[in-house]
Design a protein around this ligand. Sequence first.
Ligand SMILES: NC(=O)c1ccc[n+]([C@@H]2O[C@H](COP(=O)([O-])OP(=O)(O)OC[C@H]3O[C@@H](n4cnc5c(N)ncnc54)[C@H](OP(=O)(O)O)[C@@H]3O)[C@@H](O)[C@H]2O)c1
Length: 434
Amino acid sequence: MKVGTRIKYVVMATAVVTFLSRKPSTAFVQQSRASVATVSKGSTFLRESDNDNNNNNNNNNNQNEAERLRAQAEALREQIRKMEKDLPQDRRRPQPPAESTTASRPKPPTSLLDNRRVLVVGANGRLGSKVCRYLLRQHPELKEVIACVHVVGENSDTSRGYGRLSYEVGAEEGIGSIGPAWSSSDERTASFEFNVETMTDYNLQKLRVVECELLDPLQCNSIVEDSQADVVVWCATDFNGNRPRAVSGLNIAFLFRAVTDPTKGRVEVEGLQNMLGAIKNVRQDALRRDRLFGNNVDDSGSAVSTTTASSAVATKPVDVLLVSIAPDALEDFETPFGTFLDQKRQGEEMIPNDFPSLSFTTLQFARYEDNFVGEDIELNFETVDKKSNPDESNSRSKNVRRINRRDAARAVGKALTSPELQGKIVQVWTDELK
Ligand SMILES: NC(=O)c1ccc[n+]([C@@H]2O[C@H](COP(=O)([O-])OP(=O)(O)OC[C@H]3O[C@@H](n4cnc5c(N)ncnc54)[C@H](OP(=O)(O)O)[C@@H]3O)[C@@H](O)[C@H]2O)c1
């Protein structure tokens, strides 16, 4: 053995002795014991031991990785929470509903009109204004009554404002002040302040007034769209009784319109058609939107389901309640555009024939008599059997039937909340002449 080699062994032996004489740490003891065992038990054990170490290392690595991912996920969640806080309210993720308590549970619906918007067309008319009054006072469950009034042009002969409506709904019963005619123009005004004592039950906060020319399809469309009405109650007419207003009132403006612009059409036919077309368009748009955004709707959309399935009990009001006249309430009258009754029947038939997707109830009222027929009398509803021979149904004279307009307004409210009247033409009266 060379001298250099011997010195090397001595150095190594000294190093081993020094190493073994040190007080070992626990980890070191375990490690060294494993090494001893390794030597004594041979190579197989050596491999197992190696595996254990590897497994331990792998486990440690996996745990570290899992910790890291968990921390990363939590950081991302925190980031999302911060971003959501900065979003505008309507774009936030819907939160799961809070645990329902008796107080927060929605109230059961009180009627088909619960939380609905009703658009009354012809709302400044003699019947329309009373319908608005009745709905506001007797159906506070409604969300809104939208009174659609006719204003052709300011300061024109055809502009009637909505004085009758404001009177009927009680808007003028507030604490009022009227400036004397001889005072300065600033003081020559009338104002009515809300009177809590008398006006609270009038529910005027639920009344919205909109203006519309029914012979203009674009106006009809925007009124139906903007108002978001669930139901349209049609009380408009261009007749005073059975005579065109242009004739009965010798109204120059109406006569002028009839002569110069006959294509404008008739309120009972073209006007109604414009309104029905608008309702249909708006319903279809809503249906398309619902489909696009995956809301749960059936093929029939919101409207059809109420009437076409006659066996099913309707859970929502009709799309249209059409106010019309019983065939024998008034005599027929010839006009350049067809007879009075012919125009009324055309309007009635238009809904089922041309707009089958819209649900409806048509009320054929008896002749109105506001002075000699009492109010609050029992309402009679008689469904018209379309299959029966019209001559037969007319053979019993019905021209003795009458109804007060206030009761007619009550009948409108009753029909809107009666699912059994949906899809039907119904004659309505309260009294008969002796
Ligand atoms: N008379 C009867 O004995 C009798 C019986 C049964 C049923 N009915 C029917 O009951 C319904 C209501 O009758 P009513 O006596 O209340 O009629 P009304 O007082 O003459 O009311 C009709 C309303 O329709 C509005 N109107 C007319 N043309 C319009 C247009 N182009 N655009 C927008 N609005 C328009 C009128 O507004 P402006 O006045 O501001 O123009 C008026 O407010 C009618 O369908 C009628 O045929 C009548």
